[in-house]
Design a protein around this ligand. Structure first.
Ligand SMILES: Cc1cc2nc3c(=O)[nH]c(=O)nc-3n(C[C@H](O)[C@H](O)[C@H](O)COP(=O)(O)OP(=O)(O)OC[C@H]3O[C@@H](n4cnc5c(N)ncnc54)[C@H](O)[C@@H]3O)c2cc1C
Length: 418
């Protein structure tokens, strides 16, 4: 085994190790790297991190984070802006949100495909001199002591120098041992960092899965959230008149849908769509959904961000957006400590991040859970109550504006730079 990819006066090989190079991990790496902090990102997948098939609704806040980092101009060409949200219950009682509900100064939101935006963010991060990105490398284990984290990383021999994999001079067998000031778990729902740190989660699995696909339809770019008794259906407008579909259904119905040929699936989907002139793309995916909140987000020299820390129902498109907000918040706290010559792994530093983000995420998790439970019901008194609520929201601008600010992530304490 061997160490020291960098020579430096700091006591560690890297100031921060980020485990997981998907969108949340890369956003944090960019934030830290731009301050000169020495950051190593390791990603176990090769070629593409995260879930290539995913289509995201992106909140204005996420756009602001990427704008602040300077990567937004590169992403913008791959992103569809929308300025109308149409929310309905069983195809009726629509509420329409417009930019006026956000004060008229910004777009309502954006939609992008993971497979389009991830490579742009990855290349952007690799251009930052103090950031190193290794792909196809697996975290093995780590030991935290008061002054450093010692990390063992499994090195895959087929690693490719183009992606700045460790050079032969840094290795002497299949494992590399490094010392870092802080380890960050950005490694998703099953986070190995969280599990090895012994951090437990609260949560449950839903009775539903999400079936996702892409359709083509020549209609204006409106983001639809259509609630049906089986579960919500989101239609997210993509560039070139394509639409991401996220259809929540009880597991058995979702499995049935997955077994159907594309045209039969489309016939089943059509009654729930707002328009009928559509073509369907052949690929379809199904994801089980779960609710999860880590009991703690930090320990001495360890922090969790994104799905490693929390996971919510996809209704309202919140999960990634909240992970990006975690990254911006942790980034701001760490950069300010680093610039003052402080210890980025100190417990009191990390605790500030937890106190800031843990309650905000909990509120969002509870909100998405309630939305799904209240609207995925056919019980008549509840249906009438929902109709009343939606009518009131449509007529009473203040309530509509409040709910939109909440869904757009524009509430609560934000990082100063945003
Ligand atoms: C159907 C569906 C629709 C959704 N739609 C939206 C939406 O519209 N808007 C929204 O904001 N959110 C949405 N979400 C949620 C969103 O997809 C997630 O919140 C987001 O992808 C989490 O990003 P992440 O970077 O934290 O984790 P991930 O994307 O899961 O990335 C974790 C990375 O860590 C790597 N990794 C794991 N273990 C290791 C290890 N030991 N060593 C090295 N690397 C490792 C993995 O390979 C992976 O690349 C949706 C979710 C679902 C299921």
């Amino acid at each position: 085994m061997m160490t020291k990819p960098h020579s430096s006066s700091a006591p560690w090989d890297y100031d921060v190790l980020i485990v997981g190079g998907s969108l949340v991990g890369l956003t944090l790496a960019a934030w830290l790297g731009q301050s000169g902090m020495r950051v190593l990102v390791i990603e176990s997948q090769r070629g593409m991190a995260g879930t290539a098939a995913r289509v995201y609704a992106l909140m204005p806040l996420t756009q602001r984070v990427w704008e602040t980092l300077g990567v937004w101009p590169r992403l913008a060409a791959q992103v569809q802006t929308y300025n109308r949200i149409d929310l309905s219950d069983r195809g009726r009682h629509n509420i329409i949100f417009t930019p006026a509900d956000l004060g008229g100064k910004q777009e309502l939101g954006y939609v992008a495909e993971h497979r389009q935006i991830w490579p742009i963010l990855r290349d952007f991060v690799r251009e930052i001199p103090s950031v190193t990105y290794w792909e196809g490398q697996q975290l093995l284990d780590f030991v935290i002591d008061p002054t450093a984290v010692t990390v063992n990383i499994q090195i895959n021999d087929q690693c490719n120098d183009k992606y700045k994999s460790p050079s032969h001079s840094q290795r002497n067998d299949a494992i590399i041992r490094l010392s870092v000031g802080l380890i960050v778990g950005a490694d998703g729902a099953k986070s190995q960092v969280r599990q090895q740190a012994g951090i437990k989660t609260w949560g449950w699995s839903y009775w539903q899965s999400c079936v996702t696909t892409v359709i083509q339809a020549g209609f204006p770019p409106i983001a639809y959230e259509r609630f049906w008794p089986a579960g919500p259906l989101a239609l997210l407008p993509l560039p070139e008149q394509r639409w991401g579909i996220v259809w929540t259904l009880p597991h058995a119905q979702a499995n049935d849908c997955m077994a159907l040929p594309a045209e039969d699936f489309l016939a089943r989907l059509k009654p729930y769509l707002p328009f009928q002139e559509v073509h369907i793309e052949p690929q379809r995916w199904s994801f089980p959904v779960a609710w999860r909140q880590a009991r703690r987000y930090v320990q001495t020299r360890l922090a969790l961000v994104g799905d490693a820390a929390h996971g919510c129902h996809p209704v309202g498109g919140q999960g990634l957006n909240w992970g990006i907000r975690d990254a911006a918040t942790l980034g701001e706290i760490l950069v300010s400590v680093y610039q003052r010559g402080g210890d980025v792994g100190a417990f009191n530093v990390l605790k500030k991040y937890e106190r800031w983000r843990w309650p905000q995420n909990l509120l969002t998790l509870l909100f998405t859970d309630s939305l799904n439970r209240v609207f995925s019901q056919g019980w008549e008194p509840l249906v009438s109550l929902r109709a009343l609520l939606l009518k009131t929201m449509q007529r009473w601008g203040a309530l509509r504006r409040l709910s939109l600010h909440f869904m757009a992530g524009l509430w609560g304490k934000l990082p100063d730079n945003l």
